[in-house]
Design a protein around this ligand. Sequence first.
Ligand SMILES: [Zn+2]
Length: 86
Amino acid sequence: MSIAELTARRNEIMATVPKAILRTYDYILKRRKTGQVLSFVKGDARTCSVCFKILEPQLINEIRKGAKMITCQNCGSIFIWKNEDI
Ligand SMILES: [Zn+2]
């Protein structure tokens, strides 16, 4: 895929993401050397996939519900719930 095509796809995807989340994402991304902003949480792992902090069951439930954006208190990554089958 060319850079122009990738840019077009990125813009397409960004149009579907709420502005507040994009702002937070960019804010974190600028402060990361690794480029890793998202922390994928699985039901069986129960840790932040970036810093490996152990997460409380209450927090896991909130992430699973996905009603609001939750960031890691330790490393600031945005939590994303990961289904086993993805
Ligand atoms: Zn973390």
